[in-house]
Structures are given as structure tokens and as C-alpha cells.
Design a protein around this ligand. Structure first.
Ligand SMILES: Cc1cc2nc3c(=O)[nH]c(=O)nc-3n(C[C@H](O)[C@H](O)[C@H](O)COP(=O)(O)OP(=O)(O)OC[C@H]3O[C@@H](n4cnc5c(N)ncnc54)[C@H](O)[C@@H]3O)c2cc1C
Length: 405
């Protein structure tokens, strides 16, 4: 269903643009099943930046006024908002990783209740179908993700972290920020005290009668947690390159080197080698599904091929940090530059990578996109204050947005 190439992402974008205006706003909450056309299904491409948020929003605003496409643009900006929020609250990710590891160690992913939920045997018609769809296709509709998370937490009373882990292992668009923070939002941890309750009537209505789930929880009491530490500043990025031999390291968070170079001309000088590294298995102690691993590997190969058709280095899987250090030493590099890695598994890998490169006298630098640098500082409080910044953010980036009526 999803071909892991930029060409396929661009084709899907072209196909969807005419439907991104008022039709999207009216119909986006309906889940008609796997052959849906009312939403873009662009998320696997955007998540790896095979196609960038900027390209998606620009294409849509060339065809529609901002007021007609407001809903769609806002949805894309939810992704940016979540990433900016997590960047300033990395403790949330650290706790989530620790909780998942501890729950698995304690056998919580080995109970009959957990096994029934992930293999479609709960007896709740909708849940069972969605678990199957997720595992088979690597995608679920947004409304369905909300219902699924709500039933997991409040009806099945399973730990939210293991539900997020199940999604993360199977979603082609699995993303540290969007996934973890959306699950927290349903559980009442993100907007403290405000939960999302899935109801049978809402599910029947928005699935056009495909499902009539029975026995759903009738209340959704918010979960609680230890208070979070104060927000931390967004890490600054150093762009000074040391030495003459520069290597670029692509990774699964950003595979659009051409447009990154357009924003950072210093990436052009002195580049002698390009490599790509990914580790889909790092999503969870239980790894990632076959289709996630295949999509990530395919996306990486496509990104590397577009960046440097003659490049030979493609580093996947086991201990990618060690493999990258070896590559940098073999290429005799002075500096390795990566697209900026936001909070998540790639950023976790960078700690080992930075130390390994430092030992070899090689510097590590990151290039962050203006899209992120401009928007993230506004992701301090809720989405609603963030949303008011959208017209200004678009204009700062030179994206023409006619206001419309
Ligand atoms: C419990 C839960 C878990 C989720 N996990 C992820 C995840 O791991 N990765 C992920 O990309 N999205 C996640 N989402 C957000 C959203 O469900 C998906 O981005 C969306 O369904 C993707 O389908 P689409 O491309 O057809 O979206 P469209 O409706 O066509 O939206 C266009 C794009 O906007 C972005 N987007 C849309 N809605 C959201 C949203 N609510 N939050 C963040 N970005 C959004 C996506 O990049 C999407 O491709 C999650 C939502 C929930 C409720």
C-alpha cells in the first residue's frame, strides 16, 4: 500500500491536493476503512521527510486559500507542535522509554489481556478489526487511533505505555512525539485531567455503521503522574565546520537532503562522503514489525540514492553508531553533519555516536530546518495558542497563503 520513496509520496500529494480544502474539513473524521480517500495518508512520507511538511503545506496553499485549507494545515501543524513540545520536555520521552522497558520486564506484555488486545481477540468488534488493520497495513485513521487508545486505556484497562508501544512498533508513520503525546492526551496526562472517551454511537456514526462495539467504558477518569520538571530550552545547533573533509549522515528522521542543503548552503562545501543510517528496531524493546523495518530500509535507500547515487555506505541495524564511526574514520572525515534529530531514538543514538566520533577526533554537527527552528519555540503551552501563530509562521517562511473569505 505504501511505497517507501519520495516519488510515491509526491504522487500521493498531487493526488490529494484537490481534496485538501473544504472537503477535507467536512469529511476528515469519517473512517470508511482501508481504501479511504478523505484523508491524505501522507503520514509515512512526512514522518521520514521523504516529503517535507513545508512541501505539503505549500502545495495545498497553491491550490486553496488558507481559510479553505485551514483544517488540513492545522493538522500538519499538530505534528510540528508535538515535536516542539517534546523537544522542550524530553523527560516525558525518557520516562516513557523507562516505563515500557519496566512493564515488559515485569511480564505486562505477556498477560492474556494484552495478548488478546494486540491479536484482535477482545470480542469488541471494532478493536479487533483495528488491531488487524494496524498490523497488516501499518496505518490507522486518526479518529480510529483516538478510539483505539481510549478503549485500550479505559475499557481494557491496559497500561497506556504498552498501547503506545504497540502503535509505535507497527505504524509506518510511528513518531516519538506524535505517538507518545497523543496517547498521553487520550489518557488525560497531556492536557492534565482532560481525557477522551470513545462511545459506541460515535464509532458507529463515523465508521458509517461498520462497527457497533459493545461493553465500552462509560467514564474516562484521568490518569496521573509525578509532576514534570520545568521546560528545558530547545538545544542550540552549532554550524561551524572544522577541517576540510565533511561527511553527511542521513537518518530516518529526515531523508530530503536537497531541500536541507537549500536552507544550509554550508552543507555544500567540502562534502566528500554521504552515508545513511537507521535502526527501526530501536523503536521498542520488542523491536518493530516487518513492514516498519521494510519501509524504513526502503526510505533510507531512496534518500541515499537521491542524495548521492554513487554512495556506497548504507548502515542498517546492529550498532549503527559503531558502524558510522568506522565509516567516518575510513573516509578520513573531519566533521560529520546530520539533519537535526529531535527527541527520540535517533537522538538517543547520537550520544554514543558523538562520543565515538570525538574519540577519533571527528566533530559532529546538526543542521536544523527553519520549519522547526521557527515553530518549536511557540510549542510551549497548548495547541490553541500555537495555532494562532500559523499565518505568521507561513509568512516567515515565504509560503504564500491567501487568506480567502
Ligand atoms: C493515539 C494516537 C497516536 C498517533 N500516533 C502518530 C504517530 O506515531 N505518527 C504520526 O505521524 N501521527 C500520529 N498520530 C496523529 C494522526 O493520527 C496521524 O498523523 C494521521 O492519522 C495520519 O494520517 P493522514 O496522513 O491521512 O493524516 P491527514 O489527516 O491527511 O493529515 C495530514 C498530515 O498531518 C499530520 N497530522 C494529522 N493529524 C495529526 C495529529 N493529530 N497529530 C500529529 N500530526 C498529525 C500528519 O503528518 C499527516 O500526514 C496519532 C494520533 C493518535 C490519536
Amino acid at each position: 500500500m505504501f511505497d517507501p520513496t519520495r516519488a510515491a509520496g509526491l504522487e500521493a500529494l498531487r493526488d490529494f491536493v484537490p481534496r485538501a480544502g473544504s472537503a477535507y474539513a467536512r469529511q476528515r473524521n469519517i473512517d470508511t476503512g482501508p481504501h479511504r480517500t478523505n484523508v491524505s495518508t501522507l503520514s509515512p512520507y512526512i514522518r521520514h521527510r521523504l516529503v517535507t511538511e513545508r512541501e505539503v503545506v505549500t502545495a495545498v496553499l497553491e491550490a486553496h486559500s488558507l481559510s479553505a485549507a485551514e483544517k488540513f494545515v492545522q493538522e500538519v501543524m499538530w505534528r510540528t507542535y508535538w515535536k516542539g513540545w517534546l523537544e522542550q520536555n524530553p523527560e516525558v520521552w525518557r520516562r516513557y522509554r523507562q516505563d515500557v522497558a519496566e512493564l515488559i520486564d515485569a511480564g505486562s506484555a505477556d498477560t492474556p489481556e494484552y495478548r488478546d488486545a494486540v491479536s484482535g481477540r477482545t470480542g469488541i468488534d471494532a478493536m479487533d478489526a483495528w488491531a488487524g488493520e494496524l498490523v497488516e497495513t501499518g496505518y490507522l485513521h486518526n479518529h480510529t487511533r483516538m478510539w483505539f487508545a481510549s478503549i485500550w486505556i479505559f475499557t481494557l484497562r491496559l497500561p497506556w505505555q504498552l498501547g503506545a508501544d504497540f502503535f509505535y512498533r507497527h505504524l509506518l508513520d510511528g513518531d516519538a512525539a506524535s505517538n507518545t503525546l497523543s496517547w498521553r492526551w487520550v489518557a488525560g496526562l497531556q492536557t492534565v485531567g482532560k481525557t477522551y472517551l470513545a462511545t459506541a454511537s460515535n464509532i458507529a456514526r463515523y465508521t458509517e455503521g461498520r462497527f457497533h462495539p459493545e461493553g465500552l467504558a462509560t467514564s474516562a477518569p484521568a490518569l496521573s503522574e509525578e509532576p514534570l520538571p520545568p521546560r528545558s530550552p530547545i538545544p542550540s545547533v552549532e554550524t561551524a565546520v572544522s577541517g576540510e573533509r565533511l561527511g553527511i549522515l542521513l537518518h530516518e528522521e529526515d531523508l530530503a537532503l536537497d531541500s536541507l542543503r537549500g536552507e544550509h548552503p554550508w552543507l555544500d562545501g567540502g562534502v566528500v562522503a554521504i552515508a545513511a543510517s537507521a535502526d527501526a528496531e530501536a523503536r521498542s524493546p520488542m523491536g518493530a514489525s516487518d513492514i516498519v523495518r521494510a519501509f524504513t530500509a526502503g526510505a533510507l535507500a531512496d534518500g541515499l540514492d537521491r542524495a548521492a547515487p554513487a554512495a556506497t555506505a548504507l548502515v542498517l541495524g546492529v550498532d549503527p553508531a559503531a558502524a558510522v564511526v568506522e565509516w567516518a574514520a575510513a573516509e578520513n572525515l573531519d566533521t560529520v553533519v546530520m539533519p537535526y534529530a529531535p527527541v527520540g531514538p535517533v537522538e538517543e543514538r547520537m550520544t554514543a555516536l558523538r562520543a565515538g566520533l570525538r574519540d577519533g577526533g571527528i566533530a559532529l554537527r546538526a543542521a536544523r530546518r527553519d520549519w522547526d527552528s521557527l515553530a518549536w519555540p511557540h510549542a510551549r503551552r497548548g495547541f490553541f495558542p500555537f495555532r494562532t501563530q500559523i499565518p505568521q509562521l507561513l509568512s516567515q517562511q515565504g509560503i504564500p497563503a491567501s487568506p480567502g473569505r
